[in-house]
Design a protein around this ligand. Structure first.
Ligand code: PGA
Length: 243
């Protein structure tokens, strides 16, 4: 893994924004895998600002988000679709047809997961997958467990993960869904290139385990060790426990 350290989350976010925009200019039909959560808020802010200033051509860019809550979709408060519209999609000239998101309101969730795998494949796979990491070591909603799912699947959210998402629901834990749809480990690991961003001391144990620990289903991010092109971007807090 290629580890890069930054003084704070703002410099980290602008460095990654610059790289993503550069990647779009080199490959206009790029396929980006995108995360939600608190960590990428600064990234999307930088991408929006730079897209406005630099006339970045989003017209052919295709995206696939990592996950979505079961029961929620476009227009729903708290959905990742709504998050993505507000943080990025409403501010750049991406074609709606090029936005790949799981529909948490699909009547047949298994069919929706299968559709997503096929859509990613039809797009030619993900060129750059951007990831966050949970304090428990999850990527997407691949939570620590005895076994992990390879493909896009219905995931049961752990209490810690639901609590971390309460902010999307006015801090009301009872409104945070108990299940989500998520890309699986293979879906993520098939990306050509992976960039994981982590900020804050609360991520430092998961980050240290991911980089220096054994590969284990108890820390799903540790599987990134098998991928040949992974870059990990850390602020001081997240890097604090590295050897
Ligand atoms: P966070 O989530 O950015 O809100 O900490 C990261 C993740 O769970 O992947």
């Amino acid at each position: 893994m290629n580890i890069e350290r930054f003084d704070n989350e703002d410099v980290l976010a602008s460095a990654l924004a610059v790289r993503l925009i550069e990647a779009i200019s080199l490959k206009p039909r790029i396929v980006l895998g995108l995360p939600t959560g608190r960590t990428p808020v600064a990234l999307y802010r930088e991408v929006r600002t730079r897209s406005r200033r630099g006339h970045v051509d989003w017209s052919q860019v295709r995206t696939f988000n990592l996950d979505e809550f079961v029961g929620l979709g476009a227009g729903d408060a708290g959905s990742y679709r709504t998050y993505m519209q507000g943080e990025l999609f409403d501010h750049v000239r991406i074609e709606p047809i090029n936005i790949g998101m799981l529909d948490g309101r699909a009547a047949n969730l298994a069919a929706e997961c299968a559709r997503y795998e096929l859509a990613i494949e039809a797009a030619g796979g993900i060129d750059i997958q951007v990831l966050g990491i949970g304090a428990n070591g999850h990527i997407g909603f691949n939570e620590p467990a005895d076994t992990l799912d390879a493909e896009t699947h219905v995931a049961v959210l752990q209490a810690e993960t639901r609590a971390a998402n309460a902010g999307l629901f006015d801090g009301d834990l009872t409104r945070v869904p108990t299940h989500a749809l998520s890309m699986g480990m293979a879906t993520i690991l098939h990306a050509h290139e992976i960039v994981l961003m982590a900020t804050g001391a609360e991520k430092s144990s998961a980050v240290a385990g991911m980089i220096d620990g054994p590969i284990t289903t108890r820390l799903p991010a540790s599987f990134l060790q098998v991928h040949p092109r992974v870059t990990v971007l850390l602020d001081r807090g997240a890097a604090a426990r590295l050897a």
